[in-house]
Write a protein that binds this ligand. Structure first.
Ligand code: PBG
Length: 329
């Protein structure tokens, strides 16, 4: 070998596709993916979401079809969000047995049942006229403990409608314990909790607020969601530990791509499955750039999913779930 040339050559293992496949360590399985779905009350045709091209607000009928497609593609689960026709201060539609999410869950139980995992977002912002994730005090602050009573009741309504996993996303202190004890007391001890444990007050949720029609009418969510510049990984680990102590079965970090460091730290620390939510803004960013011809859309989608898995998430919530699952077969 000529002096000065390298003897150690990592490129040897990258030479052919077969070599790269042999040494690959990160894979995404269709069953790792969870598809978020929006069910809107009072529409007769599915409605496109302007800031999320390809995502729809579903009718009960189109929702069933989307669920069947996802399940046939091998997607691991579905997470349902309801968009009610009428909103009020206490988010009454959220725990109404005839509310859109409960009806849609019933439809999905009938259509796909135990073939997939039916999850429901458990929060109030889609259901309140003020758009906050909880009950308000007279001065307009989010009242933590009054909100817990509402979350407990919503959990029981979703469980009665047939959900497998409830996913509290409001970041109230004590929400997992309140939900666990309400579910147990109502005879739903088998319903699991996927806690949005480390959820940041993120601008990446912008497009979701169009899809779920839940932008806060005043203020923001910074008093309950975590500060991106806050106490960092320690704060995330503390939130996760509290949720585990309260009975969470799965914990979640959200958003995903801008928080891979948090995913990685939490994955190393917890003994339960870790979910990561590739949120609406992550989706919109890629779709918008691709529509302009600025990115190779399909490769970027798979690269982001691989990065989230590599960071340590075992479950990924993504609006591309069905499409990605098909491509992974
Ligand atoms: C709250 C909730 C939000 C998202 C999931 N659950 C919005 C928020 O916290 O403002 C965002 C999901 C996304 O952006 O894709 N119910």
């Amino acid at each position: 070998m000529a002096a000065g040339f390298p003897a150690v050559r990592p490129r040897r293992l990258r030479r052919t596709a077969a070599l790269r496949r042999l040494v690959a360590q990160t894979s995404v399985r269709p069953a790792d993916l969870v598809l978020p779905l929006f069910a809107k009350e009072g529409i007769s045709e599915p409605q496109p979401v302007a800031s999320m091209p390809g995502v729809l607000q579903h009718t009960r009928d189109s929702l069933r079809k989307a669920a069947v497609e996802a399940v046939s593609a091998g997607v691991g689960g579905l997470i349902l969000f309801g968009v009610p026709a009428v909103k009020d201060a206490r988010g009454s539609a959220a725990d109404d047995p005839a509310g859109i999410v409960q009806l849609a869950l019933g439809d999905l139980v009938a259509e796909v049942g135990d073939e997939t995992v039916l999850m429901a977002d458990l929060c109030m912002d889609e259901y309140t006229d003020h758009g906050h994730c909880g009950m308000l005090t007279l001065s307009g602050q989010v009242d933590n403990d009054a909100t817990l009573e509402r979350y407990a009741s919503i959990a029981v309504a979703q469980a009665a409608a047939g959900v497998h996993v409830v996913a509290p996303s409001g970041m109230m202190d004590g929400q997992v314990a309140a939900i666990r004890s309400a579910l147990d007391a109502a005879g739903f001890g088998e319903v699991a909790i996927c806690a949005y444990s480390a959820k940041y007050a993120s601008a990446f949720y912008g497009p979701f607020r169009d899809a779920a029609e839940c932008a806060p009418q005043f203020g923001d969510r910074a008093s309950y969601q975590q500060d991106p510049a806050g106490a960092g990984e320690a704060e995330a680990l503390r939130e996760v530990q509290l949720d585990l102590d309260e009975g969470a079965d799965i914990v979640m970090v959200k958003p995903a791509l801008a928080y891979l460091d948090v995913i990685s730290r939490v994955a190393a620390a917890v003994p339960v499955p870790l979910a990561a939510y590739q949120v609406s803004g992550e989706y919109a960013m890629v779709e918008a750039a691709a529509a302009n011809g600025w990115l190779d859309r399909d490769r970027v989608i798979m690269e982001t999913l691989t990065a989230i898995r590599r960071a340590g998430a075992s479950i990924i919530l993504t609006y591309w779930a069905t499409e990605a699952a098909r491509r992974l077969h």
